[in-house]
Design a protein around this ligand. Structure first.
Ligand SMILES: NC(=O)c1ccc[n+]([C@@H]2O[C@H](COP(=O)([O-])OP(=O)(O)OC[C@H]3O[C@@H](n4cnc5c(N)ncnc54)[C@H](O)[C@@H]3O)[C@@H](O)[C@H]2O)c1
Length: 358
């Protein structure tokens, strides 16, 4: 039987959850198939106009959080509100006996996260964060390349999301509600990279952009060093009119890169590193460089891999199976703790212009 979901917050992402579960069209742009594991039965939004819309869309909508949480049929509460109220709503929902999927960032401090985890343990309810970008096709493809050893052992990863419209919306531009690009996109990229290469964080260095006049970061650049020696770089910008590659990964025997969300994965493997016969130096306007000489296909091969097929329902399938005790939940509490600690370290680093050691 499908598990019954109630959604708190019927804005952009709340409606995304509802459409993706119901199998309807989201914003005239994405057509979803119906979920095979859950169904949405109720909505609550603090804005009466959003509740009215939910009713018009065919859902039961409640006027207060208390009434919504006292609906005995709701098993899973999905929280898709601005970030400052994730903690209080999640704790109230778990107290009311509901399992909780919280939108990212799960909350805005390590202390708040510990309160949420404590509620999950006390009430024995599943609690996780919607790190849906673990299932993005380009990321799944790059993770597989890292695990297969296609380009040897991974040395470093860089992930970039570059836009040029500034920060959208209203609450995303405010400090109190948890706006800014570190909380918005940074959390996805940090989560992806740690999940791929490990949670053994040694240090974090970050700097922020404030180019559009917002009081929050409208761009962030984060360097994470792992104890294993691997280096991670995350970059989110809203003021870049030429974009750099979405993901770039160096290994001991090659390099893999995804240019943009529409691109396949480009892989170059070095087949004979020391093969320096017939090197033809690179020519610049005012000199030559043997160091930067291009390789020929005698010592390297390049090819393109299509992105894997992914299924938007996998996140919910995992969460529902975890409720039934059939598997571990995809995003664990310990993983959330490290990601939150990295975010806090990035805020501190950007403020003090120092490397923050773990
Ligand atoms: N995982 C993803 O890919 C992804 C994408 C976008 C947004 N998000 C996350 O989803 C959350 C919502 O973002 P959004 O873009 O949908 O914002 P939004 O502004 O479009 O929608 C937020 C909704 O929450 C409602 N709301 C505000 N306070 C509330 C409260 N106390 N109780 C009930 N409802 C309340 C608002 O009225 C609004 O309808 C954020 O945490 C954001 O980071 C995640």
């Amino acid at each position: 039987m499908k598990k019954k979901v109630g959604v708190v917050g019927y804005g952009g992402m709340g409606q995304w959850h509802v459409c993706s579960i119901a199998g309807t069209t989201y914003l005239n742009a994405i057509d979803f198939n119906e979920s095979d594991v859950c169904e949405v039965i109720a909505i609550y939004d603090i804005d009466p106009a959003k509740n009215e819309k939910a009713r018009k869309d065919g859902y039961k909508a409640y006027d207060t959080l208390e009434e919504f949480l006292s609906d005995k049929d709701i098993e899973i509460v999905v929280i898709a509100t601005p970030n400052d109220v994730h903690e209080s709503i999640a704790i109230a929902a778990m107290e009311a006996g509901k399992h909780v999927i919280c939108e990212k960032p799960v909350t805005m401090s390590c202390e708040a996260l510990e309160n949420m985890i404590a509620a999950s343990e006390k009430h024995r309810r599943r609690f996780s964060v919607h790190q849906n970008r673990r299932y993005d096709d380009y990321f799944v493809g790059m993770k597989k390349i890292s695990e297969d050893g296609t380009i040897g052992d991974i040395i470093s990863i860089e992930s970039r999301v570059h836009g040029d419209h500034g920060i959208p919306g209203d609450w995303r531009k405010t400090v109190e509600k948890g706006g800014g690009m570190l909380y918005d996109w940074g959390v996805h990229m940090i989560d992806q990279q740690l999940w791929m290469l490990g949670y053994d964080v040694e240090s974090v260095y970050a700097r922020f952009d404030y180019l559009t006049g917002a009081p929050v970061d409208d761009g962030c650049f984060i360097d994470i060093k792992l104890r294993s020696g691997k280096n991670l770089h995350v970059e989110i910008c809203t003021y870049n009119f030429i974009q750099l590659p979405l993901m770039y990964m160096r290994g001991t025997t090659g390099t893999a890169m995804v240019g943009s969300w529409q691109d396949p994965i480009h892989i170059t493997r070095c087949t004979a590193f020391a093969d320096d016969d017939n090197i033809r130096p690179a020519k610049t306007a005012n000199g030559l460089s043997k160091t930067m000489a291009p390789r020929t296909d005698r010592s390297m091969e390049s090819y393109v891999e299509l992105l894997p097929q992914v299924d938007v329902h996998n996140y919910y399938r995992n969460f529902c199976d975890a409720i039934d005790g059939k598997c571990e939940q995809l995003v664990t509490h310990d993983q959330m703790r490290v990601v939150m600690k990295v975010i806090m370290a990035a805020f501190e680093s950007a403020k003090t212009n120092t490397v923050v050691k773990f």
